[in-house]
Ligand binder design. Structure first.
Ligand SMILES: *Cc1c(COP(=O)(O)O)cnc(C)c1O
Length: 384
């Protein structure tokens, strides 16, 4: 049915009407005083969201632009880095780092398992010559629905004393606590189409003072993504290039909504939806893909055993206008993923779990009683 699509994927995520309306106006001049005021207000809101006293720089580009910026602004040719890889986005970090000629040591975990924080500790403690310049990892690994222990890894990096922590927080920021300054994360990257309740098009890089010191030494080539230029203009409430002006209007409206809800309430909502989605899937008899205790608050990946996950997704989409995400790479057909990130309410979770149950019944695959998933979800939603 037209205009009924519900996005239950980990980006793009649903956009509130207030935000859509804020964007639906004529653009204004990006060098005007009016736009500078928008930049000034959003800069303050972004510091609030990141729990940092430093600037959060805004790039017109997708999340990967922010990832690339995080690397090329802090590192130099031939630098040694440790990279965590337990899914598609961890792999992307490795690829970006290798593209720029960095010497990458990969700390791997099976897809579905969290990164072993002790492996980071061991490698960092063994590095008495202080050759490791950065530890790079993904906080919430969207491809597998695993949340990595970023706090513990950051602690080991701080004990090393030299290396920076560069973190992909694309599906953790705005979903769970990422206190940048308190944990001491040096570079936090994120993207608008995830926890921000915005369409795709903006990405964000927050840098610590240590990261800015590293910037001074960094010799990797950069022009559009040279964060020095963004920093220089940020102090004048401006941007080096023409920013996505209308997305900025949306950004201000979305961050206002988030401030009204409050960080703790937002995090509690995401945690509740994770618990509910997990309980629903288990009641239906579909196994969770992420290791127990490591489910991301933004996304629940579900294994489908003999059932073709793509077929289930198709039925859910066609019958109910609910879009689930598929498995990525070798998980295609074997896994589907429920995004519960951003502008998602209890009703969306209830509707999604029941749609999955009915689709399974439609396919003749429902083993448990229809309604057992909904019963499990409602028990969670009524309780917390
Ligand atoms: C979505 C996402 C990105 C960014 O992807 P883009 O398509 O470039 O916006 C990066 N990391 C993670 C973990 C993501 O979920």
């Amino acid at each position: 049915m037209q205009d009924k699509l519900t996005l239950m994927i980990p980006g793009p995520t649903p956009v509130p009407e207030t935000v859509l309306k804020a964007m639906g106006r004529h653009p204004i001049g990006h060098r005007s005083g009016e736009f500078q005021a928008v930049v000034r207000r959003t800069a303050k809101q972004l510091r609030w969201l990141h729990q940092t006293s430093g600037d959060v720089l805004v790039i017109t580009g997708s999340g990967t632009a922010a990832m690339e910026a995080g690397i090329i602004n802090t590192l130099s040719r031939g630098d040694k880095v440790l990279c965590g890889d337990n899914g598609k986005f961890g792999k992307r970090w490795v690829k970006v780092a290798r593209t720029y000629g960095l010497e990458v040591e990969v700390i791997k975990a099976e897809w579905g398992q969290p990164l072993n924080t002790e492996a980071f500790r061991t490698a960092l403690e063994a590095d008495t010559a202080k050759q490791i310049k950065a530890v790079i990892l993904t906080h919430s690994e969207t491809s597998t629905g695993v949340i990595n222990d970023l706090e513990a890894v950051t602690r080991h990096v701080k004990a090393h004393g030299t290396a920076l922590t560069i973190a992909d927080c694309v599906t953790s920021l705005g979903a769970t606590n990422v206190p940048m300054d308190t944990w001491g994360i040096d570079v936090v990257v994120s993207g608008s189409q995830k926890g921000y309740m915005l369409p795709p098009g903006l990405s964000f890089v927050a840098m610590s003072s240590r990261a800015w010191k590293a910037y001074e030494q960094s010799d990797l080539p950069k022009f559009y993504l040279d964060l020095g230029a963004y920093q220089k203009t940020a102090v004048k409430d401006s941007n080096p290039f023409t920013p996505a002006v209308n997305l900025y209007f949306g950004l201000e409206a979305a961050l206002e909504m988030m401030q009204e809800e409050g960080l703790d309430t937002i995090f509690a909502r995401h945690a509740r939806h994770r618990t509910a989605a997990q309980a629903g899937m288990e009641a239906i008899g579909l196994p969770l893909f992420a290791a127990q205790g490591y489910g991301s608050p933004a996304i629940t990946a579900v294994a489908t055993r003999s059932l073709d996950a793509e077929q289930l997704r198709k039925v859910v989409k066609e019958k109910f206008d609910i879009l689930l995400a598929g498995g990525q790479d070798h998980l295609k057909g074997r896994v589907f993923r429920i995004g519960h990130l951003g502008y998602v309410c209890d009703r969306d979770i209830l509707a999604t779990i029941s749609a999955i149950e009915v689709a399974l019944q439609f396919l003749g695959l429902q083993k448990s009683k229809v309604g057992s998933g909904v019963a499990a979800v409602s028990a969670i939603l009524n309780q917390i």
